[in-house]
Write a protein of this length. Structure first.
Length: 168
């Protein structure tokens, strides 16, 4: 009976979308948006002067937009059981983790002087928070990719078995 249930579960995948992988990719985008809001709102809420008005920040903004577009595209790909999009999700998930060491870590180590008083650009609490957002975003991408790869493999094996059964 258990084998029949597994057969039906996998056979249903031919007619349904991989919503789990797609939802995880959407969640990765959401965590990135929260990170985006936290970092880019820093110059309004904290005494950081013009620290964030640098080329590094411009590149970060462009990357955030590209990440959101790529993650959305990948979510649509994994939703349709396209294996290559899972590999892209792994790459952009890993990049999300690496990003912690670029802007947030450097900002947490930097000081700005305003009215002859030194201020931390990013305190430990904010650094921890934005690091968690980037880690969560990267983890969601990677888990989405793993789920996608597993489901794609199951579906491909099932379709191959059905094809062999119909030919034999």
């Amino acid at each position: 009976m258990e084998a029949d249930e597994k057969f039906v579960r996998i056979d249903r995948m031919r007619y349904t979308k991989n919503t789990l992988s797609a939802s995880l990719a959407y969640l990765a985008i959401l965590f990135d948006v929260i990170y985006f809001i936290n970092i880019y709102g820093s110059d309004i809420h904290y005494e950081v002067g013009t620290y964030y008005y640098q080329m590094r920040m411009g590149i970060s903004i462009v990357y955030n937009l590209l990440f959101m577009l790529a993650a959305f595209l990948c979510s649509e790909g994994v939703k349709s059981y396209k294996k290559n999009y899972s590999y892209y999700l792994i790459v952009i998930g890993a990049i999300q983790v690496v990003r912690i060491f670029l802007l947030p870590l450097k900002a947490s180590r930097a000081d700005v002087v305003i009215d002859e008083v030194a201020h931390k650009v990013m305190d430990k609490g904010q650094f921890t928070l934005v690091s968690i957002y980037l880690l969560a975003s990267g983890a969601c991408c990677i888990i989405s990719a793993i789920v996608g790869l597993i489901k794609c493999g199951e579906l491909q094996a099932h379709e191959k078995a059905l094809k062999e059964q119909s030919n034999g």
